[in-house]
Design a binder for this molecule. Sequence first.
Ligand code: ASP
Length: 334
Amino acid sequence: MRATSRMIAAIGVVSLAACAGNGGAGAGPTAGGGYPEQNITIVVPFSAGGPTDTVTRMIAEPMAAKLGTKIVVQNVEGAGGTVGAGEVARAQPDGYNVLMHHIGMSTAPALYQNLGYKPLESFETVGLVTEVPMTIVARKDFEPKTLQDLVTYVKANASKVTLANAGIGAASHLCGLLFQTAAGVKVQEVPYEGTGPALTDLVGGQVDFMCDQTTNTSGQISAGEVKAYAVTTPERVKSLPDLPTTAEAGLPKLQVSVWHGLYVPKGTPQDVVQKLSDALKTALADQKVVDQMAKLGTAPVPAESATPQAHRTKLEEQLGTWAKVIADAGVKAS
Ligand code: ASP
């Protein structure tokens, strides 16, 4: 494996990557009836250009229009999404500091000993956003042709095969773990600050394979820039109709999709949480957002799931599910 600057030891880096408006959010007063009175920042805990970032940018503009303010998208990468999540947990609970996070919110407590935040105690849930299928993809000249070939190949070549992910607890890491468990093999994992840069290296041939969301891989799969083996959901994805499901391809236990939600720090006023949730619902009903998501193999959640309560219920359930999976797998972040 040739190392690239996109591969990391898991370290947090802050970069202002995108702005759906005209400036950054400052420390604000307690929000009240006039909210919002300044720009809102949505922190993405992974690199710009990756799947979490892509979904956030899709909804930022219609949310900003509904709220009558600007939304800044800020990438705070590192440690499988825990650096950015920690930053928002410690931010002012005034409605101007928002986090977009995914399934990793429910896996981190079982993986990290000193997380610095507790999902249910440090945040208010705002609403679910989307649930995205994952795909298993490889560099285009990787020898295995099918998912079964991939299993056989990695078993025979475990010490030299490389598997990219976005750090411990990231969706790509979890899906990679499920693959290795299903295949009964352990390969060399290569962490990145997000799967945007990981995919760049996969296309460039610097790593062998990875598991990532259709919101990141669809373009490269359709363009033939990567080899795709399967989608990790029970049904095929409409936008990638030729791609078999993992069940069809022989690994029925490898099932995972990546749910996303918006959070604000605990103590954010309830009327503010409600305004954000209402803006999220508006964004998810926007035809442009629906179309963009469909092209990338996903869809907005139904309106009743874009609520604080539905999101909290999902988070509670997922924390339990993943604590068990992770304990059974015996995985810990170092
Ligand atoms: N969603 C990716 C993962 O968890 C990270 C990213 O958004 O870049 O693997």
